[in-house]
Design a protein around this ligand. Sequence first.
Ligand code: GLP
Length: 240
Amino acid sequence: MNLLRFDSEPAWVNGATTFWRDRLRLNPRLRMCLPTGHTPNAIYAEMAGAVQRKEVSFQQAAIFTLDEFGGLAPDDPGRCINMLKRHLLDHADLPAKQFYALNPDARDLDAECRAFEAAAGGPFDLVLLGIGLNGHLGMNEPGSGAGSETRRVDLHEITINSSARYVTHQQLPRWGLTVGMKQILEAKEVWLLANGERKAEIIRRTISDPMSEALPASLLRKHPNCSLFVDATAAAKLHS
Ligand code: GLP
């Protein structure tokens, strides 16, 4: 795993956005899988600004959502699709037909997941990831093996409680749909993004603990082209 450590949060945002812009310029047809949550929002804002300044374009690209909460109303601001729209898609130039989301309201969730994987059609070019406090990726909770597919999952208590930061009510989501570890690990390139001191301990464990499905983020260490983007506070427990 490559380690990219930035001295400040603005430098981290700028660094990740610069790399991302370059990837998209080199390959305008880039097929990306993108996370939501709080971590990527400043990067999405920078990227949206670059699109508006016509420095880069999503017109030929494709974007797939990484995960989605179940049990929330379609217009709930905490739905991943709504977060992604609010922070990136509403301000970018991606054609709607090149956006693919996991739909937790589908009648047959297994068929929905298989259709999503079929739409992806092969390895993603680039997967961006945040990290949960228990080391989850997307909604691949501890116990998710390297071969786990896109599927319905029950959320762990810590993840349910964390989701309170995204919704404005008490009905917290208890399950979701997630791209599986298999599709993440098969991607051509993976970036794990982490900022802030609340992520420092799980970042330390991701790098130092034994590689195990008990800590899904640690499985990224076997990926041949994975980079960890951390700001100084998230990197605070890493030894040089
Ligand atoms: C959530 C999401 C993940 C996200 C992670 C971190 O549960 N399912 O996709 O990356 O937890 O969230 P945040 O960036 O808000 O800390």
